[in-house]
Design a protein around this ligand. Structure first.
Ligand SMILES: [Zn+2]
Length: 105
């Protein structure tokens, strides 16, 4: 029972440490895990705002092979992928009116 609670706190909806870690790592993956090296990119001011110790604890937890965290990261990544897909592949040819106009003149 106590062990269960200890594990779940990392992806509890109220704490959501895995979400914080995902954002802090900018969703970058390294060997299937969130790229912990991203945390070294933060400035001291940013580090002070983020709970680095907590983020690292969370990462160690994900590295222990938690399937729930893995799933959350996958969901977040696919949601992000869908967002970025919108920008390009389905773009229709756009006639550049400014160029046409300039050509006419
Ligand atoms: Zn987990």
């Amino acid at each position: 029972m106590a062990e269960q609670t200890k594990t779940n706190q990392f992806h509890d909806s109220e704490d959501g440490d895995i979400f914080d870690l995902y954002n802090a790592c900018d969703g970058q993956l390294q060997n299937g895990l969130l790229d912990i090296r991203q945390l070294d990119e933060f400035s001291d001011a940013e580090r002070a705002e983020l709970n680095m110790t907590r983020l690292r604890e969370t990462w160690i937890h994900t590295a222990s092979g938690c399937s729930q965290c893995e799933e959350i990261v996958q969901i977040l990544n696919s949601a992000r992928g869908m967002l970025s897909d919108k920008k390009e592949p389905f773009a229709e040819p756009v006639y550049d009116l400014s160029t046409t106009h300039a050509f006419v003149n």
